[in-house]
Design a protein around this ligand. Sequence first.
Ligand SMILES: Cn1ncc2cc([C@H](O)c3cccc(CNC(=O)c4cc(-c5ccc(F)cc5)cc(O)c4O)c3)ccc21
Ligand SMILES: [Mg+2]
Length: 214
Amino acid sequence: TQSTRPQRLLAAVQKNATRGDPRSVVLAIDQFCRQKEWAMNVGDEKGCILDSVVSEVNPGAVLELGTYCGYSAVRIACLLPPHGKIITLEFNPDNAAIARQVIAWAGLEEKIQLVVGASGDWIPKIKEQFGVKTFDLVFLDHWKDRYLPDTKLMEECGLLREGSILLADNVICPGTPDYLEYIRNSPRYKSQYFKSHLEYTKVEDGLEKSVFLG
Ligand SMILES: Cn1ncc2cc([C@H](O)c3cccc(CNC(=O)c4cc(-c5ccc(F)cc5)cc(O)c4O)c3)ccc21
Ligand SMILES: [Mg+2]
């Protein structure tokens, strides 16, 4: 039977990356996506911007919306402080199964909590289920039409504190127009656009970094 792209991406990790070495997992995925098959990971160019934001925030608690194969969860978890944790939500069980194995190959199971389910269902339950008060950093990379409703939901559920950082992928391509309009015009956020390119291509894309002002 025909394999899926996530399965082939996992095979490339298991073939080319060293168990327990997260940076070799990131490199193996980027090489696979450049040389063999494009896949919608945040990628190496935008990944460097992600790395600098994570290092600057030095977050104890991270929420990621949209795990896919686990590339950005691994990339973020590499840079967390000793007790830092990331909760990552993936609605597609097949993606989640691949991501679990990528995360295991990187040796980061202790730092990454992968939850299978939809953001809209889980965001209201996170506080009670995982004992999280607020998130220091949220990385949005799931369905682009969910960025805005889920941001409003996180506000309502008290998951953001003064100084919480939202970092949103793909604000140009595929684009998140309603989210950008809201976040750039809301007095409750201070936003900054980091111009880059769509992963593994020359097409323009970028990350929007927004600070919640409370
Ligand atoms: C509700 N909920 N809760 C959790 C959750 C998790 C998921 C999945 O992880 C999932 C599945 C499919 C698509 C996405 C969104 N990502 C994209 O659509 C994307 C596209 C492109 C691109 C760009 C140019 C192209 F030509 C084609 C694709 C480049 C990118 O970086 C992307 O992130 C996310 C979905 C809904 C979820
Ligand atoms: Mg993306």
